[in-house]
Write a protein that binds this ligand. Structure first.
Ligand code: SME
Length: 157
């Protein structure tokens, strides 16, 4: 296992391109899903310089905070609530350019300005949670993030 991430690129797409194989090798040989989710969060937070990266996992019909990197966060989110609960309900990726414009956005930190939330599936393609990535800047996320984050989530299957 590599001890450090090496990201030299400056463009977002190139950063993901450099990060992806490093995450892949980081997860290789480890079957514990919590350990792997935790390392994915750390790799994304520090590799891509995001503000907050974390998983919310479905437990008893509610999203419960899982492995994350960043400031402390709210622990439970109902289906359909906030960006995370909406992504779960719609079973779809949601990109929010300005969190203050998203009705019902759950503000865990006033520093978070934009976010992307992706459904997280198990190997049977059943939704088991969401990945939430937050930025301190407005309009930080686009199709590039969507595609690469989807690919990275598949590494967890
Ligand atoms: N942004 C989320 C809440 C979780 S925190 O940002 C970590 C939402 O509205 O779903």
């Amino acid at each position: 296992m590599a001890e450090d991430l090496h990201i030299t690129a400056s463009s977002k797409a190139e950063k993901y391109q450099q990060l992806y194989p490093q995450i892949k090798s980081l997860l290789e040989g480890e079957t514990d899903s919590i350990a792997n989710m935790a390392n994915v969060c750390a790799a994304l937070k520090f590799g891509m310089t995001f503000f907050w990266v974390g998983f919310y996992l479905i437990k008893n019909n509610e999203l419960v905070l899982g492995p994350f990197q960043g400031p402390i966060a709210c622990t439970r989110i109902s289906k359909g609530k906030g960006v995370c609960g909406t992504a779960w309900k719609k079973n779809d990726v949601i990109i929010v350019d300005d969190v203050d414009q998203f009705p019902g956005h759950i503000s865990c930190s006033s520093l978070s300005k934009s976010e992307i939330v992706l459904p997280f599936y198990n190997s049977k393609n059943e939704i088991i949670g969401v990945l939430d990535v937050d930025s301190e800047n407005y309009k930080s996320f686009d199709e590039t993030d969507k595609e690469w984050l989807k690919k990275i989530l598949l590494l967890l299957n």
